[in-house]
Structure formats: structure tokens, C-alpha cells
Design a protein around this ligand. Structure first.
Ligand code: ADP
Ligand code: MG
Length: 140
């Protein structure tokens, strides 16, 4: 076991439907702690930069547009094995395949508007956290 931090985003489909509290209740009930948090609008350029790894994918442009369609909540979660723990409670990318009780199963609208982002490795968690937060903004 190791104490880790991971980067979480509540996507525009969550803020639009006023579900930030419900999604974060699930996150906190799972034992993860929110140690940094901000609500902001991404520009198209920032969305493209954040998702640059997907630049060649057919859905890239639509994905970046959807991330700019409303405010997002960027947050850092801390807990034991936080990277994989959070991926587990998020559920599969396609909500149709997401397990019972996961965030995407309960809240996602579609494979694109799937409510949450979570880092997929410890290394990417650190890179993605630095995208949104300075060292001073990380509590604890
Ligand atoms: P995850 O968010 O589960 O790590 P990926 O990193 O593969 O998934 O994809 C990033 C995001 O791109 C997804 O969360 C989803 O919003 C979008 N996406 C992935 N695959 C598709 C697809 N086939 N069609 C539309 N959007 C997709
Ligand atoms: Mg991913």
C-alpha cells in the first residue's frame, strides 16, 4: 500500500446537471480525500493540451469541445493507491460497460460525456496535477 495523489476532473456534463456534490460524495465515501480543488473554464487550446495524447483519435475534436462546453472542477485526490482506487470507482470509459455502483455507471451521459477524468498512472497524475495546481495550492 502507498499513499498517493491523483488528478480528478468533474466534466462539464456534471457541472451542468448540478451533480458535483453527488459525484464528490461518492469519491469521499470511498475514502479518498480532496486536497485541492478549483472550478474553471478550459479554453479549447488548454483542452487540446491536456488531452494531447489523444490528438490522433477521431473523437479528439469533439472531446476538446465537450470539455469547454461549461465549467469543470479540477481536484487532487489523496489516499492509499489513489490512482487505481479512483480509476476503480470511476468505472469503464464507456458507461455501458461500467460496473454497478461506479460514478460513470450512475452519472455518465455517454462515452464522451462520461462525467469524470482520472489519471491513469502515478507519473501522469503528477504531470496532470501540475497542469492545474501550483505547489502552494496543494493542501497537506
Ligand atoms: P479514460 O477517461 O477512461 O481514461 P481515455 O483516456 O481512453 O479514457 O479517453 C479520454 C476521454 O476521451 C474519455 O474519458 C472520453 O470522454 C473520450 N473518449 C474516449 N473514447 C471515446 C470514443 N470512442 N468516442 C468518444 N469519446 C471518447
Ligand atoms: Mg485516460
Amino acid at each position: 500500500m502507498s499513499l498517493q495523489r491523483t488528478l480528478s476532473i468533474l466534466k462539464p456534463d456534471v457541472t451542468r446537471r448540478n451533480l458535483t456534490g453527488k459525484v464528490n460524495a461518492k469519491i469521499e465515501e470511498s475514502g479518498l480525500h480532496i486536497v485541492a480543488q478549483k472550478r474553471l473554464f478550459l479554453t479549447k487550446e488548454q483542452a487540446q493540451q491536456f488531452y494531447a495524447v489523444h490528438a490522433e483519435r477521431a473523437f479528439f475534436n469533439d472531446l476538446c469541445d465537450s470539455m469547454c462546453a461549461g465549467p469543470i472542477v479540477a481536484q487532487v485526490l489523496e489516499g492509499e493507491n489513489a490512482v487505481s482506487h479512483y480509476r476503480d470507482i470511476m468505472g469503464a470509459t464507456n458507461p455501458a460497460n461500467a460496473a454497478e455502483g461506479t460514478i460513470r455507471r450512475d452519472f455518465a451521459e455517454s462515452i464522451e460525456a462520461n462525467s469524470v477524468h482520472g489519471s491513469d498512472s502515478l507519473e501522469n497524475a503528477q504531470i496532470e496535477t501540475a497542469f492545474f495546481f501550483s505547489q502552494l495550492e496543494l493542501v497537506g
